[in-house]
Write a protein that binds this ligand. Sequence first.
Ligand code: BES
Ligand code: MN
Ligand code: ZN
Length: 489
Amino acid sequence: MNFDFQSQDLAAAAQEKCDALLVLVPDGARVGRSPLDGLVAQAIKDGDLDTKGAKPLSAYRSGQVKADRLVLVGIAGGSAAQVRAAVASAMALVKSPKLKRLVVAFAAPAQEAALRAAVVAVADSSYVFTHTKSKPASRTITAVRLCAPESTVFAVQGRTDIQRRVEATVAGMELAKEWANRPANHATPTLLAKAARDLVKAAGSSRFSCEVLGPAQVAKLGMGAFMAVAQGSSEPLRFIVLRYNGAAKTAAPTVLVGKGITFDSGGISIKPSAEMDEMKFDMCGAASVLGTFKALTLLKPKINVVGLIPSCENLINGQAVKPGDVVTSMAGQTIEILNTDAEGRLILCDALTYAERFKPSAVVDVATLTGACVVALGSIRSGLFSPDDGLATSLLDASERAQDPVWRMPLDEEYAEGLKSNFADVANIAGRMAGSVTAAKFLQRFTEKFAWAHLDIAGTAWKSGPQKGATGRPVPTLVEFVCSRSESP
Ligand code: BES
Ligand code: MN
Ligand code: ZN
């Protein structure tokens, strides 16, 4: 799917030959004199188009436009959320196997946030998962044109900048969605590692590289916590190391760590059966790191980035780790595994220790870590944990710009109290309260050597119910964050 941006008004948009034209109308839009402008004005006057609501008004082969199908939809104040909702409802009306060329026209000048929201909404509502369907109906849209009357956005930044950033973000989100949606038998740690290698190969640039470690190398490194999780499955673990060198060799890299549990049964502390299928999404952190690297291949910012993905299944065979087992992490800290379902922190702590060797300027881990985070923040905001105010602020800012919001959570030392163990340096669970915070406190023990932040995406990375599927979050935040750390060109 190709996106392009045109600085043009409704009169010009009406002349676009396309399968569908969506016209986004804000409150109080000053309409021009073209026939399409007249139609919009009349629809508002007659009360058939409510600029406040996201209820679209549609027509077939209307005389005012060259498009086969025309949809008018209100975007009220024109905020990102309003644009997203409006585009989604309009897209539902024009979705058809014949839809190839789409034009989305703003009736009034639009800010960058609104353009970005429109692109992401078009991509989102036209994404189709086909990998495991026998007769797939794949995406038909090939070209999308965004139009807005001459606006500050184009004048100040040049339309290619915006276009590149949002296109790369969408490509990253779609790669993340694709791998997250694949069932666990089609997305094993080995296949995830192959996806990482293929991504680097497709980039066709020596600035990208990928190294994959297997069980023997991980054992040699002493990653006892990671190995303990993997030992309950006959599917071998993989530790994926992605690198992007966009800056001087001496520049300290930003490290992204993604939880890559390709299926989380809970292990011997087994999960209930209902909705257990959704635990194929327990590698959404890993998928978001892959997605961010995909965006990097398109944007090539001046920064060094390392992606680390510990990946394995959390299953239950005769060798599976047992509640009460004590293992030794790569950092040398011993861990009493009181609950085998608290496995994410076990694979992440060894990846965090591995990150030390890069002398990073910052490390951000991304994980579907706790059900408690879903209880705390629902599916709106991801949880952000960081003892570093500067790093926290730059992630918060990036997430707002990216329309992929996060919320900062506390890390007071008192929260670590419950992690004490009589038999090891630390236990892998605390009490029932503040579960997302105690999980973060566990991880924090392994981050003394660098600036660190943790994103708990358990509530935001996928949707349940009839719309079940990955969201591609938090790729937009990560792309924005990484780009904000690059030297400006
Ligand atoms: N992958 C889960 C977290 C999760 C659960 C994400 C539900 C999204 C929806 C994680 O490995 C897990 O099982 N965490 C436990 C921790 C507990 C045992 C301390 C949880 O949240 O219940
Ligand atoms: Mn678990
Ligand atoms: Zn898990």
